[in-house]
Design a binder for this molecule. Structure first.
Ligand SMILES: Cc1cc2nc3c(=O)[nH]c(=O)nc-3n(C[C@H](O)[C@H](O)[C@H](O)COP(=O)(O)OP(=O)(O)OC[C@H]3O[C@@H](n4cnc5c(N)ncnc54)[C@H](O)[C@@H]3O)c2cc1C
Length: 246
């Protein structure tokens, strides 16, 4: 594990079974299986036509959703970036991770496909989606213009992004506990070009407020909008397919 900034750490996963991650689309996700308390490696499920089946004996692994930040096929090294947000078992595992620790990954999954013809992008994300924003900015062409808004606890959480697009990043510092409020403010104030693609990923309730605003008050067509709840305040292991379309 190495720190990118104090609260965002990079974990490099290696193993012969990682072939195929080259196909991960921007903002796709994977399932991370982490050892349960007292175990050195996670117990893994058996996959059947009806889904994953865990053995009755032995503790179940901690299963969480993360972004394949980048994959190097030459070394079969997969980078996953974990936000150290506090009390969750995955955050806690990453805080303590050291060379030789074992985990398993499954995926990638997700339904995002890049629209290469889109000239303008408006992105809003919190820290948990910084890795996903990184994958998107890596993939946008140099003809694209990206207006990126990221909400973080404070200046220590800010990172550098690379990528060929003409990108402006605005960092918003959160009022304590007000998850997503700064992003909602950024959405309300945003000048979003006609036809722009909009991508939002943050706390699930905040995402819904932003989605409602963009659809109802700004009239942005749903087809131009991807919104994702990456976690929900007070809930463990929020589902990986919360697009706020309910
Ligand atoms: C598609 C997708 C991709 C994701 N990619 C990444 C990624 O690359 N890196 C990353 O760090 N996260 C990512 N996440 C978010 C991550 O899955 C959640 O933050 C997850 O809950 C972390 O698990 P945990 O065991 O640490 O906490 P959990 O056991 O799930 O939750 C424990 C407590 O912590 C709170 N909590 C969870 N996440 C946060 C947070 N971000 N900030 C504040 N409180 C929180 C919960 O509300 C709960 O009260 C992604 C989520 C999705 C859906």
């Amino acid at each position: 594990m190495s720190a990118i900034v104090p609260r965002l750490v990079s974990v490099i996963v290696t193993g012969d079974e990682l072939d195929g991650f080259t196909d991960a689309a921007p903002t796709s996700h994977l399932k991370v299986f982490l050892p349960a308390d007292g175990q050195d490696e996670p117990n893994l499920p058996r996959y059947t036509p009806d889904g994953a089946v865990f053995a009755d004996e032995g503790p179940r692994p901690v299963v969480r959703t993360y972004t394949p930040r980048r994959y190097d096929p030459a070394t079969k090294a997969l980078e996953i970036q974990f936000l150290l947000h506090g009390e969750g078992p995955a955050s806690e595992w990453a805080r303590r991770a050291k060379p030789g620790d074992k985990l398993a990954v499954g995926g990638p999954g997700g339904r995002f496909s890049l629209e290469p013809a889109a000239g303008h992008w408006w992105l809003a994300a919190d820290e948990s989606a910084i890795p996903a924003v990184g994958t998107l900015l890596d993939a946008l062409p140099e003809t694209a213009v990206a207006d990126v808004h990221i909400e973080v606890d404070g200046p220590d959480d800010e990172i550098e992004f690379a990528g060929p697009a003409k990108t402006t990043v605005t960092w918003h510092h959160r009022r304590p506990g007000a998850f997503g409020a700064e992003l909602a403010g950024a959405a309300a104030a945003a000048v979003i070009a006609d036809g722009a693609r909009v991508w939002v990923a943050c706390e699930a309730a905040a995402m819904r407020d932003i989605r409602r605003h963009l659809l109802r008050e700004r009239g942005i067509p749903a087809a131009q909008l991807v919104t994702r709840g990456y976690w929900r305040a007070g809930e463990q292991n929020h589902p990986d397919h919360d697009y706020g379309e309910d």
